[in-house]
Design a protein around this ligand. Structure first.
Ligand SMILES: Cc1cc2nc3c(=O)[nH]c(=O)nc-3n(C[C@H](O)[C@H](O)[C@H](O)COP(=O)(O)O)c2cc1C
Length: 198
């Protein structure tokens, strides 16, 4: 077992099976400045890679134009009224579009949709409206594109947004829902795509 110092100068214990990154405690005077950075960015990313997530495509359309991005940071907030949140990188071109269009849709990808996921992650050299060559798209109420074969799709109006660190947390009021047919889902886990069959 090895022993080293973490980002905040705290003891880090590691062996082949486990790495433990401790976030505190630190001196009171350091706390305000240091706490937010106490955990190394890569350690956080490595930890989150162990969390299996459904893969979605967030899309938007309106006066700013059409675009979309692959997302795992999508969560239900409330069913009364139906509300979701998504965390969209402030540097993403889709972010600017959603800020202006004020609508977005979330399409949850079915098994076999890796190519759509990669296209909307910007890994096929396509941007903006060009990305919609991957998949078949239609619309529900707001005009944001929804994937025809999605496991489910939510059509949303932005009711709140919060700038937090590198991301915008978008709160969406769900205006329309479409539930897809039975079948497997695309899952992202340990930095790879997987299929989860019901
Ligand atoms: C599996 C996967 C999940 C992703 N999840 C998110 C996410 O939750 N939020 C986010 O902002 N970007 C996420 N990304 C990255 C965006 O898809 C990517 O940065 C974006 O599509 C780039 O868009 P742009 O070229 O329009 O800036 C994810 C990428 C992949 C491959």
């Amino acid at each position: 077992m090895g022993r080293a110092l973490g980002a905040a100068g705290n003891a880090v214990r590691s062996d082949k099976r486990v790495a433990v990154f401790m976030a505190g405690p630190v001196g009171a005077e350091d706390r305000a400045a240091g706490e937010a950075q106490a955990v190394d960015r890569q350690a956080f990313r490595d930890a989150m890679s162990r969390v299996g997530s459904a893969v979605h495509v967030l899309t938007t359309d309106g006066r700013a134009g059409r675009g979309g991005a692959t997302m795992t940071a999508v969560a239900s907030v409330s069913d009364q009224p139906p509300t979701v949140l998504v965390c969209l990188n402030r540097g993403s071109s889709t972010n600017r579009l959603v800020h202006e269009n004020r609508v977005f849709a979330v399409s949850t990808l079915p098994a076999g949709a890796e190519e759509i996921a990669e296209t909307f992650a910007g890994r096929r050299g396509l941007s903006g409206a060009e990305r919609f060559v991957a998949g078949h798209w239609d619309r529900l109420v707001t005009g944001a594109p929804v994937l025809a074969g999605a496991r489910m799709a939510l059509d949303c109006r932005v009711v709140d947004m919060m700038e937090v660190a590198t991301h915008t947390v978008l709160i969406g009021a769900v205006i329309a829902v479409r539930v897809g047919g039975a079948g497997g889902s695309l899952i992202y886990l340990d930095r790879h795509y997987h299929t989860l069959d019901p």
